[in-house]
Design a protein around this ligand. Structure first.
Ligand SMILES: *Cc1c(COP(=O)(O)O)cnc(C)c1O
Length: 343
């Protein structure tokens, strides 16, 4: 049985071209900053995102830990949306590793809500209350269904005024950029620290890049090593990232079209489960509440038919399109789910 895996855009395998780039990359020891391919990736991504310097990391979670801790000293707080990856999906790392707490606002599709952010910002009032050190925004928003942050510039303006740094979790920033037409640098240059994933829609097997000022990245490099995540001939992996940046950015538009196709089929089969006009990028979240089916039941039944999807939350299914799922695959997956939801 051929399996169509739409659990995440992390499941892609390196293509033949990407593997060839990996095996022919010039290498060195990155702990000595001597891997030319890693250096090239870090410079390329920093340039693309409008920052001075970059740091290649094994995961997006690590890039976020290093970015947030550079902006927020122990005992301070970062504000973010309640379903942000840094709050929900990094296993408490910012508290466990960096001594940073979060307070959250909550908004549909994980959007920025300026009034809530404004009300949450806590200035330094002496030894009584936790001080807000930074605000973090996820663009696109993963658990928000791949939504683009439409209030991004207004928030950046507010934070400039409040003299607070912005952290950008840009795991899927290229998806936001391709869908909105806004260059990645227009988003990322407003942030003091930004992370981007190469292992999501871009299709590299491993890796993220943190960007910021030269000073911030120097410090992040020390902390990366301190946490045991310095690496040696990492150029094998950086080469995949460079290949992905060259070949796999524009094609994200296909993933977005495939997500809209899935949304249309599901909305037809289970009206109200998905709002197709709210599917902006490569993630479809379908709410099964009105179908009388449980998430576990549908996930299992789909698996039995070779379609892998994920559950997020009590009543929600998540499907993520990517470069290893063709339009035909996405149509088949959507039709299989539609049948399971209506039979
Ligand atoms: C995937 C993801 C990350 C990083 O995940 P890793 O698995 O640690 O690479 C960070 N933020 C968001 C929004 C993500 O979707």
């Amino acid at each position: 049985m051929t399996v169509i895996d739409l659990r995440s855009d992390t499941v892609t395998r390196p293509s033949a071209g990407m593997l060839a780039a990996m095996t022919s990359a010039p290498l060195g020891d990155d702990v000595y900053a001597e891997d030319p391919t890693v250096n090239q990736l870090e410079e390329t991504v920093a340039d693309l995102l409008g920052h001075e310097a970059g740091l290649f990391t094994v995961t997006g979670s690590l890039a976020n830990v290093l970015g947030v801790r550079a902006l927020a000293p122990p005992g301070t707080e970062v504000l973010c949306e309640a379903s942000a990856h840094i709050a929900r999906a990094e296993l408490g790392a910012h508290a466990a590793v960096s001594g940073v707490t979060t307070r959250t606002w909550s908004a549909p599709a994980g959007q920025i809500d300026l009034e809530q952010v404004r009300a949450l910002i806590a200035p330094d009032l002496g030894p009584y209350f936790v001080t807000t050190a930074a605000v973090s925004v996820e663009n696109t928003h993963n658990f928000g269904g791949g939504a683009i942050q439409h209030g991004f510039d207004a928030l950046a303006d507010l934070l400039d005024e409040a003299e607070l740094p912005l952290h950008l979790d840009g795991a899927r920033l290229w998806n936001a950029s391709v869908a909105s037409g806004v260059p990645v640098a227009a988003y990322a240059s407003r942030a003091a620290a930004a992370s981007v994933c190469l292992s999501k829609g871009l299709g590299a097997p491993v890796g993220s890049v943190l960007v910021g000022s030269a000073e911030l990245i120097r410090e992040a490099r020390v902390w990366r090593k301190r946490l045991g995540a310095g690496w040696r001939q990492a150029g094998v992996l950086a080469a995949a990232g460079l290949y992905a940046l060259e070949h796999n950015v524009d094609r994200l538009a296909e993933d977005h079209a495939n997500a809209r196709l899935i949304a249309a089929v599901l909305a037809d089969a289970a009206p109200g489960s998905v709002k197709p006009d709210q599917v902006e990028t490569n993630i479809v979240v379908a709410d099964l509440a009105a179908t009388g089916r449980s998430v576990a039941e549908v996930v299992e039944a789909a698996r039995a038919e070779g379609v892998l999807v994920g559950g997020v939350g009590a009543t929600q299914l998540r499907l993520v399109t990517h470069l290893d799922a063709s339009t035909a695959d996405c149509r088949t997956a959507a039709q299989t789910l539609a049948r399971l939801l209506t039979s």
